[in-house]
Design a protein around this ligand. Sequence first.
Ligand code: KG4
Ligand code: ZN
Length: 291
Amino acid sequence: MASRDHIQKTLPLLRLVLSEAGCQPGEISGVAYAAGPGLIGALLVGAAIARSLAYAWNVPAVGVHHMEAHLLAPLLEPDPPEFPFIALLVSGGHTLLVQVLGVGQYQVLGESQDDAAGEAFDKTAKLLGLGYPGGPALERLARAGQPGRFNFPRPMTGKPGLDFSFSGLKTHAVITLRGAGTDDQTRADLAYAFQEAVVDTLALKCERALRDTGLSRLVVSGGVSANQALRARFAQLAKKTRAAVFYPRMEFCTDNGAMIAYAGYARLAAGQHAQTGLDFKVHPRWPLDAI
Ligand code: KG4
Ligand code: ZN
């Protein structure tokens, strides 16, 4: 279904974007596309369209890593972070802590051992009877929640290391709901406690990463970085550690084409050249430090 959707929507969308930007194909100096990680069908459609356009327009095509694009998205802002920095990437498929030395120089410091942060939001939201995507819906519900009624664990913060594990929080939510019922106030209280636990765990690990590396800039990106409770918690972290925290603007937190374009631009500008020839490859699984 996703592949068919891509086939139907990509070219009309491109036409619309070009016309809204008042841009002619002749002005374009490269075509970037997401080459992975992700669903292979959708990746292949995007890669085929992007590389065909690049061939027809006689410009380079750059296959971009989806998480690299999230990581570089704050560089689209007027006051971008300088390298090096720590990046926390929190999306539906990945939770990654990365040391970023420059474009293409990424060292993964920690990652989720099971569910990604966004996935934990989505699954817990479903338990609470909310629709997809669950993150924004759960955040809205949590606004009516009372602090202190429930207390969720902060997984993997008790031992050293920078990895994450969020699947236990979902189990904790199931057990809590069984004991407390499913009235509106209980659901809101549970959403609040769940969100606090995720956000606090992310902040604790970032604090550790900043301390371990001695860095003082932190980028937070990916769908979950749109969460306001997260941003409030990270403002506290910034105060405590004197680190500067950078986000993409709201519409560039969740998946978007601008971040893919920017990552492609950054690669071309760094002289890291695109694939040549007509063959192409996509990567459903693709470790960030293997690019
Ligand atoms: O980066 P993204 O748009 O797509 C992926 O690359 O996965 O992230 C989507 C994820 C979903 O799990 C969604 O529930 C979560 O980000 N998300 C949020 C919020 N907005 C999106 N989670 C918590 N609070 C939000 N406001
Ligand atoms: Zn994403």
